[in-house]
Ligand binder design. Structure first.
Ligand SMILES: *Cc1c(COP(=O)(O)O)cnc(C)c1O
Length: 413
């Protein structure tokens, strides 16, 4: 495509996305208020922003931040730590913290996120998997139209599972993400049939995208990563767990040791960054969403199937774009990389990433290594060769990144 043609198309796209941007701004305003109210409720002061060393006893900044998270999620408790190394780690804390030998874990949203396969014990024979500990697992596949299969779920619930896990975001699969409202209906369905079952939501990429979080519609426990939404692009590392006090405590016992839990853990120099990142998160999440909306509108005009479409309701940051071939997936990612602020000169290649079944290509020249609230794209080397793209600290930077990716695609018609 000629440059003038593309420029014209970009101008048209900028016009059609405006009503969607306006809608995102209204959600963003609600979330800004929610975050500010929490800061005010707990009287955040300068001393909260300083850290501790060693055991980290009496770390007021750390403990207050956890109260702020709990208030935002409308939960009894939260565990928010820089030493939770990733979203997978936060999820693993919940699974290992709560489940016991003989328990049944059910995934209601089909295959879990790739990195959970080895944890649960459904791929490979990894020592220390839940399976090795005697935790049973059943997976309820999605219906052909990618909804939760309530009939099958109902029959599995008759076994009174200890926990049902649901994944809000699409992850690396070509399905819709599940809105909070929809998750709430399914949670009601689960609790109606098996009131004791703990509902745990993998909330990665979903935080602050809607006005409500899964914990406000009945989820007992949620977890996620701080180098995604809630870190606001500033958190250098970390993860969180939020939910019922007893469950968060169990997760914290797994995180350190039984009896010690969340009473220790020096915040070092993290506090200010975690506070400031959370403060900015409603804004940065909205910028990322606007960038995704732009990308969806542009890529679909260029003839690529996209999901969600630019004007569809969103519940997470991920924009899937179906590129259709290995070559185009690589070209898109390499082009996007050229549009990043860090390492714009390097060419990403597919590689065997730990925890993933296939090779994965990842583009992302980010300030925080692997930080996916920053502009980044990744795709597993499998059909339909879709790229899953997310983040961007400002919508203008997202636009520049996407245009760079589009330029790189033009050699593969
Ligand atoms: C990112 C993500 C995770 C955890 O991934 P990490 O790379 O370990 O932070 C889990 N589930 C979903 C749906 C995710 O998007």
């Amino acid at each position: 495509m000629e440059t003038e043609q593309l420029e014209k198309m970009v101008m048209e796209v900028e016009e059609i996305v405006l009503p969607v941007y306006h809608h995102l701004d209204t959600i963003s305003a609600v979330n800004h208020r929610k975050v500010l109210d929490a800061f005010r409720a707990f009287q955040v002061s300068d001393y909260h922003l300083k850290g501790t060393t060693g055991y980290g006893y009496g770390d007021l900044g750390r403990d207050t931040l956890e109260k702020i998270y709990a208030r935002i999620f409308k939960t009894e408790a939260a565990l928010v730590r820089g030493q939770i190394v990733s979203g997978t780690h936060a999820i693993a804390l919940c699974l290992y913290g709560v489940l016991r030998p003989g328990d049944l874990l059910v995934s209601a949203t089909g295959a879990p996120y790739d990195t959970l396969e080895e944890i649960i014990g459904i791929r490979g024979n990894t020592p220390g998997s839940l399976k090795e500990y005697g935790v049973n697992y059943r997976q309820v596949g999605l219906t052909p139209d990618n909804r939760i299969d309530l009939d099958t779920l109902a029959s599995v619930l008759s076994a009174k599972p200890r926990m049902v896990i649901m994944q809000r975001s699409r992850g690396y699969s070509w399905r819709n993400s599940f809105t909070v409202n929809y998750l709430g209906k399914v949670i009601e369905f689960i609790k109606g049939r098996s009131p004791e079952t703990i509902v745990f939501v993998d909330n990665c990429y979903g935080e602050l995208v809607e006005q409500f979080e899964p914990t406000e519609v009945g989820a007992d426990l949620v977890a996620g990563s701080l180098i995604k939404n809630l870190g606001g692009g500033l958190a250098p590392a970390g993860g969180y767990v939020a939910g019922r006090r007893e469950l968060v405590e169990m997760a914290s016992y797994r995180w350190t040791a039984p009896g010690i839990g969340s009473a220790v853990g020096a915040s070092l120099d993290f506090n200010r960054l975690l506070y400031q990142g959370l403060f900015l998160a409603p804004h940065i999440v909205t910028e990322a969403l606007k960038g995704a909306v732009f990308a969806a509108a542009l890529m679909s005009r260029l003839g690529y199937p996209v999901s969600p479409s630019y004007d569809e309701m969103r519940t997470d940051l991920i924009q899937a774009i179906c590129l259709g071939s290995r070559e185009k997936l690589i070209a898109f990612c390499q082009g996007l990389q050229k549009g990043c602020p860090v390492d714009s000169h390097v060419l990403p290649e597919p590689w065997d990433m730990p925890g993933y079944g296939e090779q994965v290509i990842m583009a992302g020249g980010t300030f925080i290594q692997g930080g996916t609230l920053e502009l980044s794209a990744d795709g597993p080397m499998r059909e339909p060769y879709a790229v899953y793209f997310q983040g961007g600290l400002s919508k203008e930077y997202v636009k520049l990144g996407i245009l760079s990716a589009v330029q790189n695609l033009k050699y593969f018609k």
